[in-house]
Design a protein. Structure first.
Length: 145
């Protein structure tokens, strides 16, 4: 392995690992009959109760028609409820149902269990290295460059 670390060399090593981890974590959702995108929408709605469709679309970086189609499916599954705003009857507010909260808890539990089982196989030094990298990885997601 090259001792000279550059952003490009680290990106080339990290990208396939992150993609493969993401693929494995998405597979944990299959028994719950939700996609990763649907789970992300559920999480966003649970985090922002009463959020509107347009705001949700902007937040998730997708078009309002695409969000509406996903919400139609989530609503038909009983995971999301739409309600007219009490203050503006033109606005539709979104809420996660009890069943939607159950699915989110299951998704989190399944994904955490999968990841914890793999982390348990690592050496203490490897586990410490990954734990030490988490804050920097988090900054990758929060820094807006």
């Amino acid at each position: 392995m090259n001792d000279l670390r550059t952003p490009l060399s680290v990106a080339n090593e990290l990208r396939p690992v992150v993609l493969q981890l993401n693929r494995h974590l998405r597979r944990e959702l299959a028994p719950l009959d939700v996609t990763a995108g649907q789970a992300a929408l559920l999480h966003a709605i649970r985090t922002n109760p009463g959020i509107g469709v347009r705001t949700l679309a902007d937040q998730e970086g997708v078009s309002p028609p695409r969000v509406t189609a996903a919400l139609d499916r989530l609503e038909s599954m009983g995971l999301v409820r739409r309600a007219r705003s009490g203050s503006d009857r033109r606005r539709v507010e979104l809420q996660v149902t009890d069943e939607g909260r159950r699915v989110l808890r299951s998704a989190r539990s399944r994904r955490t269990a999968w990841l914890a089982a793999r982390l348990a196989r690592l050496t203490p030094a490897d586990l410490d290295a990954i734990a030490s990298a988490v804050p920097a990885l988090r900054r990758l997601l929060t820094d807006r460059a």
